[in-house]
Design a protein around this ligand. Sequence first.
Ligand code: SF4
Length: 374
Amino acid sequence: MAEYVYIHIPFCVKKCIYCDFLSMPYDESLALRYTDALCSELQMKKGSAERLKTVFLGGGTPSILPEECLDRILACISENYSLTDHAEITVEANPGTLTEAKLRIMLSGGVNRLSLGVQSFQDRELKTLGRIHSADEAIRSAEMVLSAGLVNFSLDLMYGIPGQSIKTWKNSLDQAVALAPRHISAYELTPEQETPLKRALDARETRMPDEELILEMSDLAIDHLAASGYEQYEISNYALPGYHCIHNMNYWDRGNYLGVGAGAHGFIRGFRTRNISDIAEYLERLSENADPEVERTGISSEDALKEFVFLGLRKVEGIRLADASQFGLGLAAAGEELLRLDLTEMTEHHFRLTRKGRHIANEVIVRLLEGLGL
Ligand code: SF4
């Protein structure tokens, strides 16, 4: 049974050049039909959920939905699911698609956390990324969220953007902190396959900042945000005390969650699930009250261990030694060389990456998995 639900909204105004998430251009009549289908799936899956600790509407751009759709989805959740007293209900939003009326609907539907995709407060960088909004619009959206009374909001920022400098990155961090969000995500831009960014890089039409500069940006984020009271609790996530994202913590803890919507992934009782990605087929299946799930893969014990290590080490606190010994994982022996190189460390109750190790987290984790024979 799941206590966490992810709901996918696959619409955006237009595709950002780096994006490989499932999303398509927004169309109002399609959004209305998609809302019907989502509500059918939410009803269909309610038996797989316990009292919910979190609900996360992600995308795509959930805030692109008209008020009527937001209202119906939130009503459908409260009619079909029971929620714990302080359940975290998050909606992802993008500047340029958020209005006061939509915020009122979200608040009256129980939304108590909003994640705003800003990425940068530099117009030139926003243009490079293919974002639809300006820095001013991003600031206005954050101010609108605050004056609506939604103080628990998060800002997404990005570093490693072509043409970005330490000075512009610091400026974006300063601007983010000045808006007083409870949470900030700072992601390194990674060129994904089959994206316009990757094609432009391959054609040498643009280039990524060099590695040293990216490292400097990562260090700046850690230090600058710490000095402003934001504790890094995961490789890309920072929060004021008490404002970790509960929904995402469940992913890194390998907890169960239900995935609802086209292309949504879930994890239930050791099985990874995936819904059909094609939106037309998703609508058709739900119109016949058929399950949109197309994949259900059992996780082998070896893969479960790999996930446990890989996801656990994303958290700054690392892996609980008690959990590792339950799995029979000898982390100290396997990570001896990494400990010596100051890439990992052992605390009283945890095994974790050092700050140096977090800079090259994937490489360190691969070496650790090899040492563990996984
Ligand atoms: S707004 Fe987000 S989901 Fe939509 S295209 Fe841009 S990065 Fe992708």
